[in-house]
Design a protein around this ligand. Structure first.
Ligand code: A2P
Length: 278
């Protein structure tokens, strides 16, 4: 008998049609749609397991059924907690162990998702305030894509200001389309109208605003553009999601303005989360 004949036959999971068995702590879901924005960014939507509950702003671990031990990476859920599907906004990392394959998914393919969501960019981790700032760079906008579609965000804050800074102008398309969609949404639109605003900047291409968010806060241009006072810990709340450096720099500036970092266990005036890459 040959070695091949002795090797166990691949297990075909009938439901998910994958070659490898699906572990008990993992959901196998179907891709519903994929949209590519640039050669670095894409969005995909998957079916939502009936038993999956999460808070808008949380993240999950995503993988592909392409190995015995699949590679998982953290992804913020970009859709709100009431949505029937789950949306994710992803970067394409050249030779990235997951995104190299994930960027090729198509409708009908299977994506794995660990069952437990977690994260600090949630409304519960902030004490009440008047104005919520969401500071994001690149795919760091994903958790905010969830929160700006959640009615609870508008119940808690009078003003919701989403900021996104990207290297290139076309990387801002996802956020621009999304905010437009939210304002025209029959469910959330009425709540968001007059409350939700988007401030965009592109740092490496000509654009009306061509500076980093850290510079824009420090030189006051952000507040001038928005027609609001500078940061005040009595009324302003912040959420930050970007690269480690962006988080550290933005966090230091918020702290200089008197805001304090909070968490699920100890809510305060701002919270942070790293935008994940894989
Ligand atoms: P810049 O073009 O000046 O580096 P990245 O893809 O490297 O995460 O960058 C996404 C966006 O975040 C870019 O516009 C980049 O600006 C900006 N950025 C990078 N590092 C920081 C930082 N430490 N503070 C604020 N913005 C940053």
């Amino acid at each position: 008998m040959t070695d091949a004949a002795l090797a166990p036959a691949p297990v075909l999971d009938q439901e998910a049609k994958t070659e490898f068995p699906i572990p008990a702590n993992v959901f196998a879901e179907k891709v519903v749609s994929v949209q590519h924005y640039t050669d670095r960014l894409f969005k995909f939507r998957i079916t939502r397991p009936a038993s999956f509950r999460f808070r808008s702003g949380e993240f999950v671990m995503i993988g592909l059924p392409n190995a015995e031990k699949p590679v998982f990476r953290a992804y913020s859920v970009a859709s709100p907690s009431w949505d029937e599907e789950l949306e994710f906004f992803s970067i394409k990392v050249p030779n990235g162990p997951l995104t190299e394959h994930l960027q090729k998914i198509q409708s009908g393919d299977t994506v794995l998702m660990r069952k437990k969501p977690t994260g600090t960019l949630v409304n519960d981790a902030l004490i009440p305030g008047k104005r919520l700032y969401m500071f994001s760079t690149g795919t760091g906008v994903a958790p905010f894509a969830s929160l700006i579609r959640d009615p609870e965000t508008y119940e808690k804050f009078e003003e919701v200001i989403l900021t996104q800074t990207c290297r290139e102008v076309n990387e801002l398309t996802y956020a621009k389309e999304l905010v437009e969609e939210v304002i025209n949404d029959p469910l959330v639109g009425e709540l968001a109208a007059g409350k939700l605003r988007l401030h965009t900047a592109a740092t490496r291409e000509p654009y009306p605003c061509q500076e980093r968010i850290t510079t824009l806060i420090e030189n006051g241009k952000l507040f001038e553009d928005l027609g609001v006072p500078r940061l005040d810990p009595a009324v302003d709340r912040g959420m930050i999601c970007g690269s480690m450096e962006m988080i550290n720099d933005t966090k230091a500036i918020l702290e200089k303005h008197g805001l304090e970092e909070g968490s699920n266990a100890s809510p305060s005036t701002f919270v942070v989360e790293r935008a994940f890459v894989g």
